[in-house]
Each structure stands twice: as structure tokens, then as C-alpha cells.
Design a protein. Structure first.
Ligand SMILES: [Zn+2]
Length: 425
């Protein structure tokens, strides 16, 4: 088990707050963003916050230190838009490696110079890029795509490699608006881990963008969870767009459905008419404290509009509560013994054999399937359950075959990454 996974068993971990909100307080000008590096650059770069890793590194390091002092356990690098696609908006894509490498170094340096005695971590922040893979940018041509999956994989691989070289402990895919972009990032990370022969924990955090609880590319929370849970994730959560109050029902749902630890870093409320965030540290801490009281969360922090004062208040509130337990999920015997749908499907947990009415097409709910697959804890149980699914394949819906295979594969990879293929928790 990795160090951060051990910490997650002990306490609710604190993520840092907004980077952009603090950068704004420095009232930086075009010249600050350019430094001597881009003195003769032909395009304005003010607002390209990631560039500051190279041109005003002392500011970024200082912001990391402020969050660390406020109680953050995880520092997120200033690299949200540090990818080739987003940087191309400023014609600075040639700086992508340096932006990410230095971004990781700055957070690392803040951590190394800190007096904190608790274990703290650096998370390499990766945003979804400025282009969506599953939606058309052209109202007259629904089939048009601004970016392909393969282009995204190349883009994320470049960013991730630089973050790794700079020394991150974790990857954080955050503010996910398009699941396909997130899947490309996951694919890039898993490929990279294969190449280097080492796994790093991955946090995934989606963004609800409409009142019906969907992310921008149209998926509900449960669909989003299904789409990404083939990967061996450290956590899954929600951030940005909404405040803690508006996120409440979705975090509740996620806590019920997720086989992974749950994270949230909401905005400081909804923006006012000037696009500013008004929620005070006390207000956000009270709202988030309820999540902890309910036992819903494992990692909590802040997004847009939050400051070190917000993180300090949140960290203080979280101290009183234990983290959400993954073992609220049913145990092997109850999960496997119970009939997973009303009609005709049951599993005897001794031999993991199935009694079917031959005409049936068994339908798992997401939770039932995850319960079953989460029982795979070593090579024999993996083979047993896989053989069982393989034999019965024709009884499943095609989507379920895909889903089950993906989940099993993810589970196997996770066990393999842990290097022990034994009971994990
Ligand atoms: Zn945000």
C-alpha cells in the first residue's frame, strides 16, 4: 500500500485551495507574466497563470507555503492548464515541459522547507485542456470535434512525464467536463506507468455543470463513475462550478456509489454578479463539516474563490471526524449471496457459480457489480470470478460484458500495482 493510502485510512486529508484566486491578489501585469523569457513574444500572455512557474516562481512557491501552513496535506501544482492544447492559446506550447517540471519542483520545494510533521504530498494537477473530445464546437456540424482522443493522449503524456520528472507523488485529473478527455488522460497515465514500471496514485474529480446533475458532456454522476472506474483510482470526487451547498446531493450520491475514496473541493459558493466568490471560511467549513459528519468524504479542499483562510477553517472542522469508510460496502457473503436481480440470478458464494434461468439476461446494477468485483483480492479469486464471467458471457448485455471486463482488468491492475495481490484493506 502506498503511503497516501495509509494516510487515507487514518484521517480526512486536506487538499489546498484555489491557485488563481491567490495569484489575483498579486495584481500582476503583462510584464510579470513575460519576465525576460518572453520579452519579445508577439502574443499577450497575461492570465497564463502556469507561465508564472517560470517567470515568477517565488510567488507560486509562496502560495504553496501559505496553503501548507493553513493545513493542506496535498499541494496541487500550478499546472492546471499546463498542457500543449491550452498553452497554444498563448503560443507558449514550446514551454510545456518546463512549466510542468518547474510546477512540480515548486510544490516540492515548499513541502521540503516546511516544518509540518504530518505526511504531505504533491499532486500534479491536470485540467481537461481547452478542447472537448466528445462535443462539437460547431453548432452547424454536430460531428465536428476540436480534438481527437489520440491527440489528447499525446498531450497528457507529455504533461504527465514532466510532472513525474519534477517529483509529484500523485496525479489529479480535475474539473472534468468531458469524460472522454478524462479517459484519454487515464489512458496516457496507465501507459506511462507501464513504460516506467511504476504506478502512481490517480485522483479523478469531475465537475457538475447543470441543475440536473450532469457533467458538460451529458453524463449523470453514476454514468461518469462507471466510465472511469476501470482505472485503479486513489479517489473520485467533484470540484468547481458549484459551492458546497449545491454539491451536497451529489457528494451524498457519490459516497453511496463509489468503490473509491471520495473527494470534494467546491468553490466558495456560487459567483456573484461580478464573478467573485463571497462564501466566508466559516460558511464553507460549516457546509463541509456536514459532509464529514455524514461520513461521506475522504479528501476535502477548496476550488475557485477559496484562500488559505478557507483551508484553515476546513482543516479545523475535518479534524473532528473519521474518514468515510470503504467498508460500508457489503461483505463478500452478503454481496455474493444476495440475488442481484429479482428475476432469476443468484450466486452461491462458495463456488461462485451461477444458477440461471437460461432465457434470462442478468442485469447488474453498478453497485452490485462493484461489490462483486471488489471481492477480488488475489490471483485465485480473480481467476475464479473471471472464469465465471467468461463462461456466462452470452447471458450478459454487450455493454455489461465490456463493463465487467474493464472493471476486472482495473481491479487486477490495481492488485498488481500494489505488488501483493492480497487483501488490501
Ligand atoms: Zn473552481
Amino acid at each position: 500500500m502506498q503511503k497516501i493510502e495509509l494516510e487515507l485510512l487514518k484521517r480526512i486529508l486536506i487538499l489546498d485551495g484555489a491557485m488563481g484566486t491567490l495569484i489575483q491578489t498579486y495584481a500582476l501585469q503583462e510584464q510579470d507574466f513575460r519576465g525576460s523569457l518572453l520579452k519579445d513574444h508577439t502574443v499577450d500572455v497575461k492570465g497564463n497563470n502556469e507561465l508564472l512557474n517560470l517567470t515568477r516562481p517565488e510567488i507560486i512557491r509562496d502560495i504553496h507555503r501559505q496553503y501548507l501552513a493553513a493545513g493542506a496535506d496535498i499541494l496541487c501544482t500550478n499546472t492546471f492548464n499546463g498542457n500543449r492544447i491550452s498553452q497554444a492559446d498563448y503560443h507558449t506550447q514550446h514551454l510545456v515541459y518546463e512549466i510542468n517540471y518547474q510546477g512540480a519542483r515548486l510544490a516540492r520545494q515548499a513541502l521540503e522547507s516546511s516544518a509540518a510533521t504530518r505526511p504531505c504530498f504533491v499532486a500534479g494537477a491536470m485540467g481537461p485542456t481547452s478542447k472537448l473530445a466528445s462535443l462539437s464546437p460547431d453548432v452547424n456540424n454536430p460531428a465536428a470535434r476540436a480534438v481527437s482522443f489520440d491527440e489528447l493522449v499525446v498531450t497528457f503524456t507529455e504533461q504527465a512525464q514532466a510532472l513525474l520528472d519534477g517529483g509529484v507523488d500523485i496525479f489529479l485529473l480535475e474539473t472534468i467536463t468531458d469524460t472522454l478527455n478524462a479517459k484519454a488522460a487515464l489512458f496516457a497515465l496507465m501507459q506511462l506507468f507501464d513504460k516506467i514500471g511504476k504506478q502512481f496514485p490517480i485522483m479523478v474529480s469531475g465537475t457538475i455543470t447543470d441543475a440536473s446533475g450532469r457533467i458538460l458532456s451529458g453524463q449523470t454522476l453514476e454514468a461518469f463513475l462507471i466510465s472511469i472506474s476501470h482505472a485503479p483510482l486513489l479517489s473520485v470526487g467533484l470540484n468547481c462550478a458549484l459551492g458546497a451547498k449545491e454539491l451536497r446531493p451529489y457528494i451524498q450520491e457519490l459516497a453511496k456509489l463509489s468503490p473509491f475514496p471520495v473527494s470534494t473541493h467546491p468553490n466558495a459558493g456560487l459567483p456573484n454578479e461580478f464573478g467573485e466568490y463571497d462564501q466566508s471560511p466559516e460558511q464553507i467549513a460549516i457546509l463541509l463539516e456536514e459532509f464529514a459528519q455524514e461520513g461521506w468524504v475522504n479528501l476535502v479542499g477548496g476550488c475557485c474563490g477559496t484562500t488559505p483562510a478557507h483551508i484553515r477553517a476546513i482543516a479545523k472542522a475535518m479534524k473532528k471526524y473519521p474518514p468515510r469508510s470503504r467498508f460500508q460496502l457489503p461483505s463478500l457473503s452478503s454481496a455474493v449471496n444476495k440475488r442481484v436481480n429479482e428475476t432469476n440470478y443468484s450466486v452461491s458464494h462458495k463456488e461462485l457459480q451461477v444458477n440461471y434461468n437460461q432465457v434470462s439476461k442478468p442485469t447488474y446494477t453498478l453497485k452490485d457489480m462493484m461489490d462483486l468485483i471488489s471481492q477480488v483480492e488475489d490471483e485465485p479469486t480473480y481467476n475464479q470470478i473471471k472464469n465465471h464471467f467468461d463462461q456466462q458471457k452470452k447471458l450478459y448485455h454487450p455493454e455489461q460484458i465490456l463493463l465487467i471486463s474493464a472493471h476486472l482488468f482495473g481491479r487486477f491492475q490495481y492488485l498488481q500495482a500494489e505488488g501483493k495481490l492480497a487483501k488490501m484493506y
